[in-house]
Write a protein that binds this ligand. Structure first.
Ligand code: TRP
Ligand code: SF4
Length: 404
């Protein structure tokens, strides 16, 4: 695929952490489900990434992969609308990672904020490893190998997309200059026709001489719109605009996923390690029990004490799950002690159960048919491999490594 078509490709990955919860659903999965109908989506299980922190005991990964994919499907990812696969089934990720590692300055990796942060946070693990330092570069390989244009990630991962852009730029700069590049560009310009050719040259000059971003954008649009030139020529023309060579690995953009408003049962961020979650396969009675046990405004000791929703985690759930009328009823009833906390929790319990109903049903279907999951992942891996192999062929050729 060319950098021209890559604009429409979305890629994202998730470490296999096992069964997912409502935090994952509202934070990530709901967004993926929407994107699969708008873009050419590739979603993968980042099992090698799991090894960067769990290398001492990797045995749990297999079950976690299976459980997570069941939950992806349960949440509404549709194998006919997106491509789901496992990273380690496409070994080209590792080859590209290795090739990129040769030209990536150490300082770029040491500078990534998660590097020091995670080492601090996971103090009980020895993360002074080569693999852990290199993990953002593995992520770059994950993205670049599919020439993805858009990468949906949370704020904590934006730095990884940024380093991916730098790595792509460096790669294109080092290896994008095929012999005779300038001549090939000139001949491509001629093929656009007189008018477009002149416009292209003027815009390129304006961008290169005065950094006029609008000129760059207009010129890019002009190239994209050309009907009569090959994709190879389009890539040369796009590369020449920015003064690089041919664009072999297009730079991706982060598609920032809004932070989830979904709090945990204690008002902190919902997380497996805090034990404050509702899983996607939680049974109705357990949802009921968990929400009933939620802490409320600590000042509301007795039913007759008025409360303050602002300091109550249940109120945050109303923000996710109930309508204006219900919320008004809560505000009024809580502050006047007109309603009890169990009354207040009831509409939340009902809404969560209504949301989980179809998810639970799909999960039940899939967890009983491991062969269906296997088929979906096999098919996904095949499609992913086809793209990855194409990219690697271009990459090897650009580096002069096609002598095999
Ligand atoms: N590093 C990501 C995380 O920990 C997962 C991931 C791996 C990823 N490769 C990716 C996300 C490529 C987006 C694109 O959440
Ligand atoms: Fe919280 Fe609702 Fe109880 Fe008020 S009435 S303290 S908002 S649970």
């Amino acid at each position: 695929m060319s950098s021209v078509a890559s604009q429409q490709r979305v890629l994202s990955g998730m470490r296999p952490t096992g069964r997912l919860h409502l935090g994952h659903y509202h934070g990530v999965l709901k967004n993926w489900v929407k994107l699969q109908y708008e873009y050419d989506c590739f979603f993968f299980v980042a099992d090698w990434h799991a090894l960067t922190t769990s290398y001492e005991d990797p045995r749990g990964i297999e079950q976690s992969v299976f459980d997570m994919v069941v939950d992806w499907l349960a949440a509404g990812l549709n194998p006919n609308s997106c491509n789901m696969f496992i990273q380690s089934r496409v070994p080209e990720h590792a080859e590209l990672h290795l090739l990129l590692s040769m030209m990536t300055p150490l300082s770029w990796l040491e500078r990534v904020p998660t590097y020091k942060d995670q080492q601090e946070k996971l103090k009980d693990k020895d993360l002074a490893t080569y693999g852990f330092l290199g993990y953002p570069l593995l992520q770059s390989a994950d993205i670049l190998i599919y020439k993805a244009g858009l990468v949906p990630v949370g704020a904590d991962q934006v730095a990884h997309v940024e380093i991916t852009r730098e790595v792509a730029r460096r790669f294109n700069h080092l290896y994008g200059r095929e012999p005779g590049f300038e001549e090939a560009v000139e001949s491509a310009i001629t093929k656009m026709g007189k008018k477009a050719a002149k416009l292209y040259s003027d815009l390129r000059k304006r961008y290169q001489e005065s950094g006029d971003d609008e000129a760059l954008a207009t010129a890019q649009a002009l190239v994209h719109d050309q009907q009569n030139i090959t994709l190879g020529d389009k890539e040369r023309l796009l590369g020449s605009l920015e003064g690089s060579g041919k664009i072999i690995l297009p730079e991706p953009q982060a598609l920032l996923t809004e932070a989830s408003k979904m709090p945990g049962l204690d008002g902190q961020k919902m997380s497996k390690s805090y034990g404050n979650f509702i899983s996607l396969r939680e049974l109705p009675d357990d949802v009921d029990a968990k929400v009933r046990k939620m802490p409320t405004d600590p000042a509301r000791v007795r039913r007759t004490d008025p409360g303050n929703p602002d300091v109550c985690p249940v109120w945050q759930l109303h923000g996710v799950y109930t309508d204006d009328a219900t919320r008004q009823w809560v505000q009024q009833g809580c502050r006047s002690a007109g309603i009890g906390c169990l009354d207040c929790k009831k509409p939340v319990i009902d809404a969560i159960n209504a949301e989980l109903e179809p998810i639970r049903a799909r999960a039940r279907e899939y967890e009983n048919s491991p062969e269906v999951i296997r088929n979906i992942l096999n098919q996904g891996s095949e499609q992913a491999s086809a793209v990855a192999e194409d990219t690697l062929r271009d990459v090897r050729a650009a580096m002069g490594l096609s002598y095999r």
